[in-house]
Write a protein that binds this ligand. Structure first.
Ligand SMILES: Cc1ncc(COP(=O)(O)O)c(C=O)c1O
Length: 368
């Protein structure tokens, strides 16, 4: 019989726990929080009303199959509801995919500055993360394909990627799929897809519909402004939906989340306003930061990656401390291998202007 204290499975202790964006500043000031790519316009009023109404039935379990929500998603996106699996954020779906398909010794591939959760879910299954370099902070399909081995089981790409904000066109995604062996699950994480305004972009619906091994994940945390409720969905081939449904918790999505999610989907006006707001202020913030001499990676999402000069007093750590002193919280990028950069979410007009003014003061050394 084994003796001693319990030890976690292989891989678990290699995980650096995910550190969410900070949400408070010293001194108790009300912060401007631009660290988690949330919607500055908040949730749709209809979603908030639906959430409040759900308070009347909190003693009841939710619909375990989330069928009303799946049907609403299917209606809005023109999909087959049977192939939609909902989860507590897309994070849960990434976890479920890993647990359904990865065994110890398998390999997953993701990109150099890819979303941190891919590494966590891989190690959590005892599998081996393999990192593919990016080209100009963009997913490099050839670099991914060059790293495929007989052990590769899953490839994750965020398109657009967090934290770079860059994307690859649909032709490239298709080339990636065509180059991968059939037994490899390709996970297209489209958390920011609604923000993209490019003719050559497609979130992944077509590939899911036409292949048996591609999954697209989506979230209500960004464009729908429902991050607190934890709601996401995956569009899957029938076999993969079946596998996920066998291992997910029987009531993994709460009733208030289901109700708010349906209302959010149906409020096209709020979605359009959120996209229009982002389009305007993404362009503005990028241009204004560049005028300050800062390098900004071109973004199609709701945040920008801003690169700071190497000198100590002007570097990303100094900029972050300066912003914090003005109660502005952005995301440090050391954990993503980008210690010289900060990620700044597009905020309200007032938040964007305050952030720019602070960075101008930081760069010119003139405090206002
Ligand atoms: C690329 C990417 N995928 C997934 C998620 C997780 O989103 P959710 O809130 O749905 O778990 C995020 C959140 O920041 C993200 O940036």
């Amino acid at each position: 019989m084994a003796s001693g204290m319990p030890t976690p499975k292989r891989g678990i202790m290699d995980i650096d726990a995910y550190v969410p964006g900070e949400s408070s500043v010293p001194g108790g000031m009300e912060p401007i929080k631009l660290s988690s790519n949330e919607n500055p316009l908040g949730a749709s009023p209809a979603a908030i009303a639906a959430f409040k109404e759900a308070a009347g039935t909190l003693a009841r379990y939710p619909d375990g199959s989330a069928s009303g929500l799946r049907q609403a998603i299917a209606r809005v996106h023109g999909l087959n509801p049977d192939r939609i699996v909902c989860g507590a954020g897309s994070d849960e779906l990434l976890n479920l995919l890993a647990h359904a398909y990865l065994e110890p010794g398998d390999e997953t591939i993701f990109t150099e500055h890819g979303f941190l959760v891919y590494r966590i879910v891989t190690l959590g299954c005892g599998a081996m993360p393999v990192v593919a370099p990016e080209k100009d902070l963009r997913t490099d399909v050839d670099a991914i394909l060059a790293r495929v081995t007989p052990k590769t089981k899953m490839v994750f790409i965020a398109n657009p990627n967090n934290p770079t904000g860059t994307y690859i066109p649909f032709d490239e995604v298709r080339r990636l799929r065509q180059g991968l062996p059939d037994h490899v699950v390709l996970v297209l994480d489209a958390a920011y897809s609604e923000y993209v305004r490019r003719n050559d972009y497609e979130a992944g619906i077509e590939l899911v519909a036409t292949t048996g091994n591609t999954v697209m994940t989506r979230t209500f945390s960004k464009i729908h402004g429902l991050a607190a409720l934890r709601l996401g969905w995956a569009y899957c081939p029938a076999g993969i939906a079946d596998a996920l449904n066998r291992i997910r918790g029987p009531f993994n999505v709460s009733a208030p989340a289901i109700a708010a999610g349906i209302a959010a989907l149906e409020d096209c006006g709020h979605v359009e306003a959120s996209v229009a707001h982002n389009e305007r202020w993404l362009a503005w913030l990028t241009a204004e930061l560049e005028k300050l001499g800062l390098k900004v990676t071109p973004s199609v999402a709701n945040f920008v990656l801003v690169h700071f000069p190497g000198e100590k007093r002007r570097d990303a750590d100094a900029a972050n401390a300066f912003l914090q002193s003005r109660a502005i919280i952005v995301r440090k990028m050391g954990a993503y291998g980008l210690p010289g950069a900060l990620r700044v979410t597009i905020g309200t007009e007032a938040e964007n202007r305050a952030t720019l003014a602070a960075l101008e003061a930081f760069m010119t050394g003139v405090a206002r």
